[in-house]
Design a protein around this ligand. Sequence first.
Ligand code: FAD
Length: 385
Amino acid sequence: MRRTVYNEDHEAFRETIRAFIEAEVVPVYDEWFAAGQAPRDFYYKLAELGIFGIEVPEEYGGAGEESFKFEAVLYEETARAGISFGGSGVHVLLCLPYLKAYATEEQKKRWLPDFVSGKSMYAIAMTEPGTGSDLAGMKTTAKLSEDGTHYVLNGAKTFITGGVHADKVIVCARTEAPKADDRRHGISLLVVDTKSEGYSVGRKLDKLGLKVSDTAELAFVDVKVPVEDLLGEENKGFSYLGQNLPQERLGIAVGAYAQAKAAVRFAQQYTQDRTVFGKTVASFQNTKFELAACKAEVDAAEAVCDRAIEALDAGELTPAEAASAKLFCTEVAHRVIDRCLQLHGGYGFMNEYPIARLYTDNRVNRIYGGTSEVMKSIIAKSMGL
Ligand SMILES: Cc1cc2nc3c(=O)[nH]c(=O)nc-3n(C[C@H](O)[C@H](O)[C@H](O)COP(=O)(O)OP(=O)(O)OC[C@H]3O[C@@H](n4cnc5c(N)ncnc54)[C@H](O)[C@@H]3O)c2cc1C
């Protein structure tokens, strides 16, 4: 079926990204993999390419694009090549929507030019050692000082993508205790400078997959955060998280679907090259059936993503629809990548083969941005259950 979601500009962007990945990422990817992160300088290259500024308004140095489609192309192309751009994904996908929606004019002038140039890399810290799915249970506190000039931040966060390299972190913290009838009340968002006294980065976590993305623990001990760096209104943070999670979830859905599509391509190529018992693996009926079934699942996931991308651009994508897209596409990717790895035999288990990296990288898609179980809860609630 012909895809109608992208126009000529998106396809031209796709060609640029594909060439960039071939030239700048593929040749050094094994080094990044071994080092456990992409080098900081690489983010300046992404900035030069204009990646960070696509959706930033022109007055702050960006291209002023409103559509999510360029970002979606980016996820498709990184997945296609079986690589990732390290922890920088959260900079745009997760953090920018908050800065655009809730920063004041003064804050935008102060923050967005450095965001676009890559001088300030952003991460977002919601999850804590004691709470992930149940964010209302967070314990990190930000108490307003007596003179009202700053907040005093104390607590710890974990699993923070981009946490090692980040220059600024959007930290979710309690500025007030929850209300008896509203556990979500009292959470605020603060843009914290990682050079602040009392701010520290703990372990860079050793993960099953996503080896080139830095994921870290963060700790805050009496960190002074100027009141000028409060993002949006005090105590309304939880509703901000709710409003922005659909875009994050769609980004994960698109990435997962594209990984599944790449897996089919890799498996098709591999099974046509590999000979066993005197014939190619692709010539077995089982291989044909497996790849055909995988392709049908990928086509369905692509259709879901395309509709969801259009809905997001139109401002119509509901939280339940985003949850549905994430649930479906990540579960499809899980099944498809596993089946495609199986067709590689033992080579599929070797990290030098992209299918092995897709397998481990993809696993987290059913966990972060909200687990599959949480997605089902959101969908069920929208059904009145
Ligand atoms: C690689 C990686 C990167 C991440 N990056 C970030 C980041 O940049 N910033 C950030 O803030 N967080 C990040 N996270 C955290 C991620 O969003 C959480 O791990 C996720 O939300 C799940 O929370 P948890 O790990 O505490 O699991 P838990 O909430 O402890 O869940 C454990 C199990 O209980 C299930 N469960 C929970 N609630 C329900 C329910 N209501 N009904 C049924 N089952 C339920 C879950 O589905 C899961 O199976 C990252 C995580 C990973 C692994």
